[in-house]
Design a binder for this molecule. Structure first.
Ligand SMILES: *Cc1c(COP(=O)(O)O)cnc(C)c1O
Length: 364
């Protein structure tokens, strides 16, 4: 074997279906950032096969790349900037998001009939029209519908703390969204949407016409400690062969800086992937991996190309499979386990994995 990322597209399809059934509304599968590290094109295809009505991406370039790869169907992008190639997006049949009157003017200037969604900032203070600018954005949007510049196909917003169901921002944002919809009276969008994975699962009142499912589509838990068991299946497994196993004496320091020192004679194994592959250095001396059916601790610092695990006296053959993380069904750690020891979220674990690792797709 060789180091690789294995992505189970059957798991993606299963998750997309399970989520859609759970919510009872249309779903948008979010495949930005190369499908959270799982492969944008392949995940989008699987999601469409599983009945996802929409695909969502951040950038216009991602949307165009999907279309070039043969993706058809409703596709929304939202992270645009002045001077973006709106014409290319419209020609590629992409729904674009506008936050400001200036962006709407740019879209109108293409002279092409567009499909536009308006984003209102309900409290994340990231993208989106401010509450103060909203009436003017709505007026400009109506004018464009009258003169044939576009159809407003959606009005939407994004939560700040949907992974904390009791956070007061959730109620406040939902209320602000309802007010924005009222102020948009006269527009008749196909879809009004607010919820991402955590809100879509945990907060029925936030589902409106559509839920934008990113993380949960990949089988990961968007709100650890709060999410009910929906039977989601993690789609990504990262594995590598053991490059070497050898004894070290008591007192031997392991890896750069000798941040771990063997207090008894032991054996260690070398795993030939590192932070260049997105194995987070902050998981040094903390993460665990599965070697030959047993969880083993990472010892010392994770390096650019490799790291070392404690084999506790065993000497498995070089070439033995090492699973960094996967479904968790066979004793291997999960991306969530890595997130906890690295002080981050599972989003970052899977999205950062890559570098020199090839991806292999399976239908398990
Ligand atoms: C990334 C993103 C999502 C998906 O979020 P998850 O928490 O992964 O479900 C939804 N909406 C927007 C605007 C996003 O940027």
């Amino acid at each position: 074997m060789f180091p690789e990322i294995v992505v189970d597209l059957a798991a993606v399809r299963h998750n997309v279906r399970a989520l859609r059934e759970h919510t009872g509304v249309a779903s948008m599968t979010v495949v930005k950032a190369d499908g959270y590290g799982h492969g944008m094109v392949e995940v989008a295809r699987a999601a469409r096969e599983a009945g996802s009505e929409w695909i969502g991406v951040a950038t216009l370039d991602e949307a165009l790349a999907l279309r070039s790869a043969g993706d058809r169907g409703r596709l929304l992008c939202w992270l645009t900037f002045p001077g973006a190639d709106w014409a290319a997006a419209i020609d590629a049949d992409v729904d674009v998001t506008a936050y400001t009157v200036a962006e709407l003017d740019e879209i109108a200037a293409t002279g092409r009939p567009a499909r536009v969604q308006l984003k209102i900032d309900t409290g994340l203070s990231r993208g989106g029209a401010t509450r103060d600018s909203w009436p003017a954005v709505v007026e400009r949007a109506k004018q464009g519908e009258r003169d044939g510049s576009w159809r407003i196909t959606g009005i939407w917003s994004h939560f700040a703390a949907s992974d904390e169901p009791d956070h007061p921002a959730n109620d406040a944002q939902e209320q602000a969204f309802l007010e924005a919809l009222e102020l948009a009276d006269g527009l008749d969008p196909e879809v009004r949407h607010l919820a991402n994975s955590a809100a879509g699962i945990l907060r029925p009142s936030s589902r409106f016409d559509l839920v934008r499912f990113g993380l949960a589509s990949y089988g990961l838990d968007p709100a650890p400690g709060h999410t009910p068991d929906l039977g989601l299946v993690p789609a990504m497994t990262v594995r590598a062969p053991l490059a070497l196993a050898k004894p070290i004496p008591a007192g031997a320091g392991v890896s750069y800086g000798h941040t771990w020192v063997a207090d008894t004679p032991t054996t260690v194994g070398l795993v030939p992937i590192g932070y260049a592959e997105g194995v987070l250095r902050s998981a040094s001396n903390a993460a665990r991996v599965l070697v030959d059916g047993k969880q083993r601790a990472v010892r010392g610092r994770i390096c650019m190309d490799q790291f070392v695990v404690d084999l506790g006296g065993d000497l498995p053959d070089p070439g033995t499979e090492v699973v960094l993380f996967g479904r968790g069904a066979h004793g291997e750690p999960t991306a969530q386990d890595w997130a906890e020891v690295a002080g981050t979220i599972s989003y970052e674990i899977v999205t950062r994995i890559g570098g020199r690792l090839p991806r292999r797709y399976v239908d398990a």
